[in-house]
Ligand binder design. Sequence first.
Ligand code: GLV
Ligand code: MN
Ligand code: MN
Length: 399
Amino acid sequence: MLPVNPERFLADLHALRAFGAAGVGKGVMRPAFSDADIAARGWLADRMTEAGLSVHVDPVGSVFGLADGQSLLLGSHSDSQPEGGWLDGALGVIAALEVARAAVEAGGPPVSVVSFQDEEGRFGVTTGSAVWSGHLPLETADGLRDRDGESFGAARARMPGRSGQFVDPARFSGFFEMHIEQGPVLDREKEAIGVVDAIVGIRDMKVTFEGEQNHAGTTPMQGRRDAFQALSKFNTVLAERFANVVTPRTVWTIGHVTLHPNASSIVPGRVTFSMQWRDGDTDRLDRMERIIRETAQEVAASGGFELSYGPLLGLEPVMMDDRLRGALEASAAAEVPERWRVMPSGALHDATNVSKMMPVAMLFVPSIGGISHAFGEDTEEADLVTGLRVLAGAVDALG
Ligand code: GLV
Ligand code: MN
Ligand code: MN
C-alpha cells in the first residue's frame, strides 16, 4: 500500500479551504476565476512542484501536476459553487496530491494530478474538462456568459501562467476521481465508501419569456402580459406533464431566475430562468426536452409572450470502466469490508468528460446529512481518510 499521510492530507484540505472561506461552518465561496480561485490554483501549483510534479496550466485554467512519462491521472476541481462547501471537488484534488506524493516517496507508480476549471458551471457545465475532451469547442466556451454577463473568454484571460497547449491525454492510462457523495445514501446506511457504476446525464438551458412591462397599479389583471405569471404557469404545467415520464431518480430544477425589472410596482416584462434536468437515460432526457419546449411554446402562445432559448448544454450518462472500478471495489473490500456499496452518481463530475479520452472510475465518501452545494457540507475526517486509503490501494494495485 502506498504510504499516504493522513495528517498531511487533512492539513492541505484545510489550507485549501482558507481560499474563499465563507459563511458558517466550513463554507467556501470560490467560483471559477474569482480572486480566491486563482489564488487557490497558485497555491496548488506550488504544492505540485514541491511534490516533484511538473506544473502545466492549460489554456482554460485547469491546473495539472504531471509525472514523467505514462501515468495514472487523479483529481477533480477546486472551483466552488457561488455558495459551496469545502469538499466538493477539493477533496478529489487534495487526495490526488497526497497519493502522488506518496507514490513519489515510494518510488512509483507515477501519478499525475489535476484540478479542472469551472466544473461548477459558472459559465457552462464542467467547462474545463468539457473543452479538454473536445466535447465543447473552445470558441463556443469563450462565448458562454455567467449570470452577470461576463464571458468565459474574458475570465480565462485573467488566469496567470496559462500555456497555449492542452495536455496530451495519451500520456494518461486512466483517471480516478474521488468525491463526496453529495446525497444521503452512505450516511444513512452508515457505509464508508461508494464505488460509482454510472454518472447520470444532464441538460441545461436558459429560457426567456418576454411580455409587457407596465404599471402595477393601473394595469387591469385582464390583458396583462406578466412574465412572472408565465414562469409560474410553465412550472406548474411542466410538473404535471413530467409525471408520466420521470422515475423517482429523475430531477429537474429552476435554480436561477432573473425578473426584469424586478420591482414591486412594475408588472414584470421579462423573465429569464435556468432549466436543468438530469436522468440516467438519454431517451428520457430527450423526451423531457420535448415536453419542456412544447410547454413553453403553449404558455407563450396562450399569454402573448415571446419565447427564446439560450444554448442547450449537456452531458450524456456514462458507465465507469470495469478494470478501474474493479480496482476500487477490491480496495474498498479490503479496507472496509461490509461497509461499501456500488452506486450511481446523481451529481455531475469531470469524469464524464474524461471518459471520452481514457478509462475512468470514481469513489464516494459520505456527506453528513446528504448536504452539498451549501455551506453546511461536511464529512467525518475518518471517512475522508478511509477514502484516501481506498484510492491509494486502487492506484497501488494498478501501478
Ligand atoms: C456538479 O456540481 C453538479 O451540479 O452536479
Ligand atoms: Mn464536484
Ligand atoms: Mn458541485
